[in-house]
Design a protein around this ligand. Structure first.
Ligand code: ATR
Length: 274
C-alpha cells in the first residue's frame, strides 16, 4: 500500500485525509493518506524521514517554501510560485515538487462554476504566497486585464513585475478606482481576522461581477458577505479550490483524475454539520 500524508504545523484539522481517502476509494487505489505534524524549523528532517517509506505528500502552512527548497526537481508552475504543495517520489528516489493551488483555483472557476477567464477583467487582492501561487495559471487563461491590489502596494508592484512576461498584469493599492471587474478574487489573509480588504464597491458591477474568496468557512466569509450585499452575481468560497488542488495532486501521484464533485458535496455537508 503506497503511503501519503499532508505535512504541516498545525495539521490535525486538515481536510486533505478526508478528500484523498475518498479519491482513493472512488478510483480503487491501494493507498493510505495520513497527517504528518512536522516541528517548526524541522521540515526537512520530517520530510526526509517520511519519504523513506512514502510515495508522496502534500505540504501546507508554513512549509511550502521549505518544500520548494527540498525538491530535487520542480515543475514550471512550482518554480514560478516559489512554493511547493505537492511532492512525489520519482522512480530514482528523487523528489519532484509541484504546485497545484493555481490549477485548483482555475479548475474550480472554469469547470465547477462554468466561468471563462479569457478576455475578462480580473482583480486579485493580496500579494502574499497564496496569490503568487495562482498567478501563472490565471494568466494562462489570457484575461483582458489582471490587476493585483495589496495593502502594501510595493509588494503588488514587485509581484506584477515578476510575472509581467506572462501577460497583462498591473499593480495597485486598495484605494484603486477603475472600470468594474468581471471577477474579484480575495487572496489576502484578511478573512482569517474577520476583516475585509477596503476596496471600493464601484469595482463590482451588480449582477455581473463574480467574487471568489480563497478562504472558506461554515458561514460565508466577510468578503463573500460583503460581495453579496453589493449585488455580486455569485460569491464563491475556496472550498472548491481545496478539493481541486487535491485532485490535481492525486492525478500527479496516481495518473488518474478523480471525480471531485461528490467529494466537494460531502465536504460541504461536513462543514455545515460542525
Ligand atoms: P499567504 O500565504 O496566506 O498569502 P502571506 O504571504 O503572509 O500569507 O500574505 C498575506 C497577504 O494577506 C498579504 O497580501 C497581506 O497584505 P500585506 O502584504 O500588506 O501584509 C494580506 N493581509 C493580511 N491581513 C490582511 C488584512 N487584515 N487586510 C488586508 N490584507 C491583509
Amino acid at each position: 500500500m503506497d503511503r501519503y500524508a499532508v505535512i504541516g504545523n498545525p495539521v490535525a484539522h486538515s481536510k486533505s485525509p478526508f478528500i484523498q481517502s475518498r479519491f482513493a476509494e472512488q478510483t480503487e487505489q491501494s493507498m493510505r493518506y495520513d497527517t504528518c505534524l512536522a516541528p517548526l524549523g524541522e521540515f526537512e528532517r520530517s520530510a526526509r524521514d517520511f519519504f523513506r517509506e512514502a510515495a508522496g505528500a502534500n505540504v501546507t502552512v508554513p512549509f511550502k517554501e521549505d518544500a520548494f527548497r527540498l525538491a530535487d526537481q520542480l515543475t514550471e508552475r512550482a518554480r514560478r510560485a516559489g512554493a511547493v504543495n505537492t511532492l512525489k517520489k520519482l522512480d530514482d528516489g528523487l523528489l519532484l515538487g509541484d504546485n497545484t493551488d493555481g490549477a485548483g483555483l482555475v479548475r474550480d472557476l472554469t469547470v465547477n462554476a462554468g466561468l471563462s477567464l479569457t478576455d475578462k477583467r480580473i482583480l486579485i487582492l493580496g500579494a502574499g504566497g497564496a496569490v503568487r501561487g495562482v498567478l501563472e495559471p490565471i494568466l494562462a487563461e489570457r484575461p483582458a486585464a489582471l490587476v493585483i491590489a495589496n495593502r502594501t502596494e510595493l509588494k503588488a508592484v514587485q509581484l506584477a513585475r515578476e510575472f509581467a512576461s506572462l501577460g497583462t498584469i498591473e499593480a495597485a493599492a486598495f484605494s484603486l478606482h477603475a472600470e468594474p471587474f468581471d471577477l474579484i478574487i480575495n487572496g489576502t489573509a484578511a478573512s482569517l481576522a474577520g476583516e475585509l480588504p477596503p476596496i471600493s464597491a464601484q469595482l463590482l458591477r451588480p449582477g455581473i461581477t463574480v467574487t471568489y474568496d480563497m478562504m472558506y468557512g461554515k458561514e460565508p466569509t466577510p468578503f463573500c458577505g460583503w460581495s453579496l450585499q453589493q449585488g455580486a452575481a455569485q460569491a464563491l468560497d475556496g472550498l472548491g479550490m481545496l478539493v481541486e488542488q487535491a485532485a490535481e495532486s492525486f492525478y500527479l501521484w496516481r495518473g488518474i483524475r478523480p471525480d471531485s464533485a461528490p467529494v466537494l458535496a460531502a465536504l460541504r455537508q461536513l462543514l455545515a454539520a460542525v
